[in-house]
Design a protein around this ligand. Structure first.
Ligand code: GRG
Length: 299
């Protein structure tokens, strides 16, 4: 923990975010490329000011395993494209029906529903195009990398979690049912991010297992905190509509167990994530610092 305190997280986040933004700009077709509307729409949401937590975790995991930012970068960009697609689709009237995201009007509010659906589709596809361009990693061939991303984004994980979320609307869910949703809707892509970081560094099987354990718990903690922030922060701070979960009577940790217990659960999950990093013996400073930051975040 002392190493994490000494670690300059603000600098880490600022430099990595900058590098990720530049790489995304290179990977994506220019806004003027025909048909320009779709490229404008993809770029609108991608560069609307997300926190870039998944790329940061991916690069931090790579560095914990002795890897490089350069090797991790295509995969960091790929997960951010998938994350952004999921937000665009989540905001659609057929899903959560939101008007604001990342401090701006949602994609469908600016470009219309049809283009927003297509911008999400195109970003999902773009993710695989980018990932396929990553370097050849000695321990993890391309098919394994693509499989990793496809599984995290597919009907058993990200999409499956969203299905359970939709079907859980207006129902009283148990904590176990809510955890099932969180594991898929949120934890799967965060866990995939740290695993991909390790894979880009040709990590050992033991390191990959530790990163999986870390990613699973940090992913669950992330969603519990997201639920807490929805009831404790303003829309301005969050860049999206606050208080939405309660307004639509969504099952969340604060709704089921209360705010105080939710904070306790987030702390316990983060402690488990910290514990998973023990095998790195102090070399996972960026991951430790990110876990601490995610627990305390206010947006
Ligand atoms: C397949 C039609 C279709 C839709 C898929 C998978 C999906 C839609 C939606 C799930 C998306 C979702 C809202 C998951 C919750 C994850 C979460 C807490 C997102 C917010 O992440 P942040 O805080 O956002 O990292 P920024 O904007 O900072 O990147």
């Amino acid at each position: 923990m002392s190493t994490a305190t000494a670690f300059d997280l603000s600098r880490f986040l600022a430099t990595r975010t900058d590098a990720v933004n530049r790489a995304l700009d290179r990977f994506l077709p220019a806004a003027t490329t025909k048909p320009a509307t779709i490229h404008k729409a993809m770029r609108y949401s991608l560069f609307a000011g997300g926190k870039r937590m998944r790329p940061a975790l991916l690069i931090a995991a790579a560095e914990a395993c002795g890897g490089s930012e350069a090797n991790a970068m295509p995969l960091a960009c790929a997960v951010e494209c998938i994350h952004t697609y999921s937000l665009i689709h989540d905001d659609l009237p057929a899903m959560d029906n939101d008007d604001f995201r990342r401090g701006k009007p949602t994609n469908h509010k600016v470009f219309g529903e049809g283009i927003a659906v297509l911008a999400g589709d195109a970003l999902l596809t773009q993710a695989f195009e980018i990932a396929a361009q990553c370097k050849k990693f000695p321990r993890y061939p391309h098919d394994q990398i693509i499989l990793e991303i496809a599984r995290a984004a597919g009907s058993l994980q990200l999409v499956g979690g969203q299905v359970a979320d939709l079907e859980g609307e207006n129902k009283k869910l148990s904590v176990a049912e809510l955890r099932y949703i969180h594991e898929r809707k949120t934890s799967a892509l965060l866990c995939c991010s740290v695993r991909l970081g390790g894979m880009s560094a040709s990590c050992s099987a033991a390191q990959l297992a530790a990163l999986t354990d870390f990613g699973y718990h940090i992913g669950l903690a992330f969603q519990v905190i997201d639920d807490i922030l929805d009831v404790t922060q303003t829309s301005e701070k969050l860049g999206k509509t606050a208080g939405k979960d309660a307004a639509v009577q969504k099952a969340t940790y604060p709704a089921i167990v209360g705010l105080e217990k939710s904070r306790k659960i987030a702390g316990q999950l983060t402690a488990k994530a910290f514990a998973a990093l023990t095998p790195f013996k102090g070399r996972a400073v960026a991951l430790e610092a990110l876990a601490g930051y995610l627990l305390k975040r206010d947006k």
